[in-house]
Write a protein that binds this ligand. Structure first.
Ligand SMILES: *[C@@H]1O[C@H](CO)[C@@H](O)[C@H](O)[C@H]1NC(C)=O
Length: 305
């Protein structure tokens, strides 16, 4: 009978083996993580405590920032701490938790971007009905849908990987637990199913990305009905939204729409979407948004009094 020894922990190779490189990465990632947390939590705080921002668009933005902060926390601190260890290990359980949270928040965020596009579509193309369509109940429902979608997405992946036999080797050439490296380590030949799970992700990515680009196209077309001032504001908001959409979906498409194999560029791509993107969102939304900046200033003045 076949003997199966199940792996209880994985060894991560990390981004680099050189001690000098690890020191540099430590400084860079720590800075990025701090900026990510401060930026996103500042947005959450501003949205929650500024009555002028109590409208759907900012509620969604606040929720997006919250997800960004948590998403980044599921991977980055662990990776920063790992830079101190020569042998980086992660237990099987911790690996599964990381995989789950990453897919939960990643999935929910992508769906939230769709919700935000719908919100802008209603605001710009159906301004007279905006208040009735996007009422508190609908906002909550849309958020719930995003979370449910993220949850289903994560649970499918985790159930699949959890039931794979891992009988060694247990070395992951990555800085965290991710689908591709894990599938490579499984010691049965169900890679085909595994990669079809990923192909499915790829298809969802492409469909949503196309849908989003089309919606912003429709929004742009209807801008000609607006006043000059309205058009300027709408262009600036939608510009930020589209930038964030591109930041999210380009890695997603690169990662999933391709032949089933691990590529050398995977690690740098993963650094980008797990570590850098969550930092960029708050920058994109605050640097170009006067309403947000004013609310932040007011908050700051109120605190100092
Ligand atoms: C998230 O959205 C809900 C409902 O729209 C809102 O009540 C809540 O304040 C938002 N959270 C943040 C952090 O913006």
């Amino acid at each position: 009978m076949e003997q199966r020894i199940n792996v209880t922990e994985f060894v991560l190779l990390g981004l680099t083996q050189s001690p000098q490189g690890q020191k540099i990465l430590f400084v860079i990632f720590l800075l990025i993580y701090l900026v990510t947390m401060v930026g996103n939590l500042l947005i959450v705080l501003t949205v929650v405590s500024s009555p002028t921002l109590h409208v759907p668009m900012y509620f969604f933005l606040g929720n997006l920032s919250f997800m960004d902060a948590v998403y980044s926390t599921t991977v980055t601190p662990n990776m920063i701490i790992d830079l101190f260890y020569v042998k980086k290990t992660i237990s099987f359980q911790a690996c599964m938790i990381q995989l789950f949270t990453e897919h939960l928040f990643g999935g929910a965020e992508i769906l939230l971007l769709v919700v935000m596009a719908y919100d802008r579509y209603v605001a710009i193309c159906k301004p007279l009905h905006y208040m009735t369509i996007m009422n508190q109940w609908v906002c909550t429902l849309l958020l719930l849908l995003a979370w449910t979608g993220g949850f289903l997405h994560a649970i499918i992946h985790i159930l699949f990987v959890y039931n794979l036999p891992f009988c060694g080797p247990n070395v992951i050439d990555h800085f965290g637990c991710d689908m591709y490296p894990l599938l490579k380590l499984a010691c049965t030949d169900i890679h085909i199913i595994g990669f079809s799970v990923l192909a499915n992700d790829g298809a969802i990515c492409v469909v949503l990305f196309t849908l989003l680009l089309v919606s912003y196209g429709v929004i742009l077309r209807s801008l000609k009905n607006l006043s000059q001032e309205g058009r300027r504001k709408a262009l600036s908001t939608c510009g930020s939204h589209v930038t964030v959409v591109v930041l999210f979906f380009v890695p997603c498409v690169f990662l999933y729409v391709r032949p089933p194999s691990t590529l050398p560029t995977d690690k740098s791509l993963a650094v980008f979407y797990t570590i850098v993107t969550p930092m960029l969102n708050p920058l994109i939304y605050t640097l170009r948004n006067e309403e947000m900046q004013n609310a932040m200033k007011k908050l700051w003045i109120r605190r100092r009094k």
